[in-house]
Design a protein around this ligand. Structure first.
Ligand code: GLN
Length: 462
C-alpha cells in the first residue's frame, strides 16, 4: 500500500505539492517492519506540518522553524502508532496556520486538485489536497478558525473540528490555544469516525483536554435520523458574497435530510456578524504571545548573534531572527495581537472581544435548546484562484465567515462534500453540534453520505 501511494505521489504531487517532508526510502523500510497485527494494519497517514513527530521535520511551513525536529511525539501521533498507523510524512500549511489558502507557507502554495490554478484552502491545505488527490488515505489537520473544514470543503473531502478539549493538543505547535483543535480529514464520515475513536480522549499532558468518556463513534454511526431537528440560521444563507450555487446546494441537501426524516426549522444566531472581528482580535492576540518563544534561542533559525561590540547583541539577534524568520502574514498577526494586548488597549480590544465571544456562545446555547444540530455552508464560495486574495487580507479573512463561530464557541463542526459549483468546484455542507456531540454530526453526515455520492467524486489528475 505504501509503495502504491509513493508511486502516485511521485507523479501527481509534482502538480499538487501537498507533501513538504517525505522520505520514501525510510518509509518503505518502516512499512516492511510494521506490525500488521494491529487495528490499522500499518495504513499510512499524512500529518500537518505543525504536529510534532519525533525526529521528523516539524516546521509549521515557516522559515523560522526550518530544520526543527522535535524530540517527542504529539499525543495523537503516539495514539495512532499504538494502533498500527504509519506516519507518512508532513503536509503543507499556511505559515503557523495563519491563512485560508495555503499560500503563506515558506515552501510555496499547494494546488487544489480540482483546478490546479486554484487554492486548496487553508490552513490545512496540504492535508485536504493529499486526501482529495488520493495521495494518502487520510490526514490530520488542525482547526483554529476553520482550517480543517474550509480546505475540506474546497477540496471535496470530509473534515471534522472536534469539540475543544476532545482531542489532546499536546505536541500541536500552538497558534491560538483557546481555539486550536486537531482533527481528521478523510474521504468519508466512516473514516473520520474511525480516526476519532483513536485520537480522542483525556490526556494528562494537556490540561485543556476533557475527561469524559469517548463513545465508539464507528459503532453508533448508522441509524435513522427521523425525528431529528435541524436548525438553519437565517444569518448565514443571506450573507453578502455567498455564491448562489453554494446556497442552492445547501438548500437541496437540507431537502434530502428532510426526506430521510429530519425536520428543519429557521433559527437565529444574532451575533454572527461579529464573529470575524472577534476572532481576528482573539486569535492574533494568543498567537502573538505563543510565537514569542521563537526568538533564535531555543528553536530553529538563528540569524547573526551580533558582535560583542554591538550596543545590544542579544536584541539585535532577536530582531534579525524574527525579521528574517517570519513571513508577512505572521508579522501582521504578531503586530495586531501585540497591539490588542498592550496596556491601554487590552480593555478596548481583547477584553471586549472576549465579551462578544460569550455572546456568540450564548447564541449557540439558545439554539441547541431547540435543535439537535445546525446546518450552514462551510465556505461562502468554491475554491478561489491562487494569488487572488493574497494581497487583500480582509477578503482572505472573509473566507472564514461560516467556520469561525464554532471555534469561538468550542463546539464540534463537520464539513462534508455536498455538490459542485458551475465551474465544477466542490461545495461543503457544515453541520454543527452541541459540545461533545460529535456522534450526532457523524450520524447525520453518514445518513447523507449513504444517500448521495458527492464524497465519492474524485478529481481527474492524470
Ligand atoms: N483562516 C483562519 C486564520 O487565518 C483560520 C486558520 C486556522 O484555523 N488555523 O486565522
Amino acid at each position: 500500500i505504501v509503495a502504491a501511494y509513493l508511486k502516485r505521489i511521485d507523479t501527481i504531487d509534482k502538480k499538487v505539492r501537498s507533501f513538504v517532508h517525505l522520505e520514501p526510502e525510510l518509509l518503505l523500510k518502516k512499512a516492511q517492519k510494521i506490525n500488521t497485527n494491529t487495528p490499522l494494519l500499518g495504513l499510512p497517514i499524512a500529518i500537518k506540518d505543525n504536529i510534532c513527530v519525533k525526529g521528523a521535520f516539524t516546521t509549521c511551513g515557516s522559515k523560522i522553524l526550518k530544520n526543527f525536529k522535535p524530540f517527542y511525539n504529539a499525543t495523537v501521533i503516539d495514539k495512532l502508532e499504538q494502533e498500527g498507523a504509519l506516519i507518512m510524512g508532513k503536509v503543507n500549511m499556511d505559515e503557523f496556520a495563519f491563512g485560508s489558502s495555503c499560500e503563506t507557507s515558506c515552501y510555496g502554495p499547494t494546488h487544489n486538485p480540482w483546478d490546479l490554478n486554484r487554492a486548496p484552502g487553508g490552513s490545512s491545505g496540504g492535508s485536504a489536497a493529499c486526501v482529495s488527490a488520493r495521495l494518502a488515505p487520510w490526514a490530520l489537520g488542525s482547526d483554529t478558525g476553520g482550517s480543517i473544514r474550509q480546505p475540506a470543503s474546497l477540496c471535496g473531502v470530509t473534515g471534522l473540528k472536534p469539540t475543544y478539549g476532545r482531542v489532546s493538543r499536546y505536541g500541536l505547535i500552538a497558534f491560538a490555544s483557546s481555539l486550536d483543535q486537531i482533527g481528521p480529514l478523510t474521504q468519508d464520515v466512516k473514516d473520520s469516525a474511525l480516526l476519532m475513536n483513536i485520537i480522542s480522549g483525556y490526556d494528562q499532558k494537556d490540561s485543556t483536554s476533557v475527561n469524559t468518556d469517548v463513545p465508539d463513534y464507528l459503532k453508533n454511526l448508522s441509524g435513522k435520523i427521523s425525528g431529528l431537528k435541524i436548525g438553519v440560521p437565517k444569518e448565514y444563507l443571506n450573507t453578502k458574497g455567498i455564491d448562489e450555487d453554494v446556497k442552492k446546494r445547501i438548500l437541496e441537501s437540507i431537502k434530502l435530510l428532510e426526506k430521510l426524516g429530519a425536520a428543519s426549522q429557521e433559527i437565529s444566531l444574532p451575533h454572527t456578524e461579529y464573529a470575524v472581528a472577534t476572532y481576528y482580535i482573539v486569535a492574533p492576540s494568543e498567537a502573538s504571545s505563543n510565537l514569542a518563544r521563537f526568538d533564535g534561542v531555543q528553536y530553529g533559525l538563528r540569524v547573526n548573534q551580533g558582535k560583542a561590540t554591538d550596543p545590544s547583541p542579544l536584541i539585535d539577534m532577536y530582531m534579525k531572527t524574527r525579521g528574517e524568520g517570519f513571513g508577512l502574514e505572521a508579522k501582521r498577526r504578531i503586530i495586531l495581537g501585540t497591539y490588542a494586548l498592550s496596556s491601554g488597549y487590552y480593555d478596548a480590544y481583547y477584553l471586549k472581544a472576549l465579551k462578544v465571544r460569550t455572546k456568540i456562545l450564548e447564541d449557540f446555547n439558545n439554539a441547541f435548546k431547540k435543535v439537535d444540530a445546525i446546518i450552514t455552508p462551510t465556505s461562502p464560495t468554491g475554491a478561489f484562484k491562487l494569488g487572488e486574495r493574497l494581497d487583500e487580507p480582509l477578503a482572505m479573512y472573509a473566507s472564514d465567515i461560516f467556520t469561525i463561530s464554532a471555534n469561538l464557541a468550542g463546539i464540534p463542526a463537520l464539513s462534508v462534500p455536498c455538490g459542485f459549483t458551475k465551474a465544477h468546484l466542490p461545495i461543503g455542507l457544515q453541520i454543527l453540534g452541541k459540545p461533545f456531540d460529535e456522534q450526532m454530526l457523524f450520524k447525520i453526515a453518514n445518513a447523507y453520505q449513504e444517500n448521495s455520492d458527492w464524497h465519492k467524486q474524485k478529481p481527474n489528475l492524470l
